[in-house]
Design a protein around this ligand. Structure first.
Ligand code: NAD
Length: 490
């Protein structure tokens, strides 16, 4: 575990010398004191990224050369996947197999964007057909400049890769600020960048608290682009900070995603995907399908089966064999989720299962998988993101009712539908007001496909080609090709 920040290719102590504690959520032990970067460190990191962009080789080398570095990073990440997965578990709490899966996905993200960096060389410009034959026009794409990335704690290294890999592929330089709850693997990513010989200043990692390090990064006048993943309130602050200097900004925010289950669904498949949609990563997933809408006739049988299966989930330290549900990330998150459940009950919800600390797990931020029913559509637990293993289940009458209820939210990140009727699934998928829709499943995510939300769930898209475009400017070059005078003034 590292005690220094990574700025301009060097490991350096924070200017103010501060640290913040890193806690293992399964044991509540302080496992590390991470370097607490502040505005002074952000100034140094942005200056390094600025120099690397303005005068360094990175934006000037070919896409193929940049791809070589990205592929080397992917290889190093894969080589270290068990160790990096272990760090994610003691930092975030998730079960080890999930953490290792995340690390493999992270490596895959670097490889994918290596391929897109090469494609930039293969398609360096696009000719635009003009209505005026005396002119020609072409479009070239260029890196935006210095990018600032601020990320959350739920998928620490994977969320970093969704920003670092496309930014580097595009030729941008970056300052990365990971969450103060999970700073460990971002510093390892810096070590990997150093190991593969990434030029100094291309990737800088400053750990620290949101207001002390994140805010100065979002407000820094030399940052050209802000890429943020996190909560809606912080997203609003980032957008306000970006407004001052008209920075390009992309936001991946929260959700309260619906899962509509029609009565013709296979009950086993429905229950398994519902559980995957809300208990994976302890429900701390932006796209978690936390509102389950079940057609009335299927509801009693489905609820009974869901409760029966939820009771079988093995809860424990993410490092223990067989654990499927680890602790929540922090005491604050544990308290927040319990407070939400209590509020939901006061507003009329019933606990069908869970809702409390599991018996025998007195230390660690553990919570039983929780199933809430009987809530009204105005109940806080039905409307607001809980970000824990808590699913709300309600009935719907018919397709129109399901679509109305599903879309009645200020969020629009994801939505899922299950039915044996493929035509109906397609119809409902089109009717959802959400950026990501799953048919007959919930949560599988692919680096090749775009990711992002409607409404308050964000602005812009990550992953796929859309992720690369976040870091590219579009330059349009028009030439007057005629030998004739223009003939306006003369
Ligand atoms: P958060 O908003 O509390 O923090 C996110 C990051 O912002 C952290 O690095 C934090 O230090 C930083 N930050 C805090 N205050 C800041 C400020 N004033 N200025 C600049 N930076 C600041 O979110 P979180 O609790 O870490 O993450 C959970 C949230 O993230 C949930 O709402 C979840 O839905 C969302 N999320 C969204 C996606 C997506 O792809 N849409 C993915 C993962 C998580």
């Amino acid at each position: 575990m590292r005690h220094k920040l990574f700025i301009d290719g060097q490991w350096c102590a924070p200017v103010n010398g501060g640290t913040f504690p890193v806690v293992n959520p399964a044991t509540e032990e302080v496992i590390h004191h991470a370097p607490a970067g502040t505005a002074e460190d952000i100034d140094l990191a942005v200056a390094a990224a600025r120099r690397a962009f303005d005068t360094g080789p990175w934006p000037r080398m070919s896409g193929r050369e940049r791809a070589g570095y990205l592929r080397a990073m992917a290889e190093k990440i894969l080589e270290r996947k068990q160790e990096l997965g272990h760090l994610e578990v003691i930092d975030n709490g998730k079960p080890l197999p999930e953490a290792v899966w995340d690390i493999e996905d992270t490596a895959g993200c670097f490889s994918f964007y290596a391929g897109l960096a090469e494609e930039l060389d293969d398609n360096p410009e696009e000719t635009i057909a003009l209505s005026e034959p005396r002119f020609s026009s072409k479009v070239v794409r260029e890196p935006i400049g210095v990018a600032g990335a601020i990320i959350p704690w739920n998928y620490p290294l994977l969320m970093a890769s969704w920003k670092v890999a496309p930014a580097l592929a595009a030729g941008c330089t970056m300052v990365l600020k990971p969450s103060e709850l999970t700073p460990l693997t971002a510093l390892e990513l810096a070590a990997i960048a150093e190991e593969v010989g990434l030029p100094a200043g291309v990737l800088n990692v400053v750990t620290g608290l949101g207001p002390d390090a994140g805010q100065p990064l979002s407000e820094h006048p030399d940052v050209d682009k802000l890429a943020f993943t996190g909560s809606v309130p912080t997203g609003a602050k980032i957008m306000a900070a970006a407004a001052r200097d008209i920075k390009n900004v992309s936001l991946e925010l929260g959700g309260k995603s619906p899962f509509v289950v029609f009565a013709d669904s296979d009950i086993d498949k429905a229950v398994e995907w519902i559980m995957f949609g809300i208990f994976w990563n302890q429900g701390q997933v932006c796209s978690a399908t936390s509102r389950v809408l079940v057609e009335e006739s299927l509801y009693p049988a489905l609820l009974e089966r869901l409760v029966a299966e939820a009771t079988k989930i093995q809860i424990g330290d993410g490092l223990e064999d067989g654990t499927l549900l680890g602790p929540l990330v922090s005491r604050g998150q544990h308290d927040k989720v319990l407070a939400m459940i209590a509020r939901g009950r006061r507003e009329g919800a019933t606990i069908a299962h869970g809702g409390k600390r599991p018996h025998g797990l007195d230390t660690g931020y553990f919570l039983e998988p929780t199933i809430l029913t009987d809530m009204g559509e105005d109940n806080t637990v039905w409307r607001e993101e809980i970000f824990g293993p808590v699913v709300c289940v309600k009935t719907f009458r018919d397709e129109a009712d399901a679509i109305r209820m599903a879309n009645d939210s200020r969020f629009g990140l994801a939505a899922a539908v299950m039915s044996r009727d493929k035509t109906r699934c397609e119809r409902v998928a089109r009717a959802f007001r959400a950026g990501i829709v799953w048919i007959n499943c919930s949560q599988p995510t692919f680096t090749e496909a775009p990711w992002g939300g409607y409404k308050q769930s964000g602005i812009g898209r990550e992953l796929g080609r859309w992720g690369l475009n976040n870091y590219l400017e579009v330059k349009q070059i028009t030439s007057f090709e005629s030998d004739e005078p223009w003939g306006w003034y003369m």
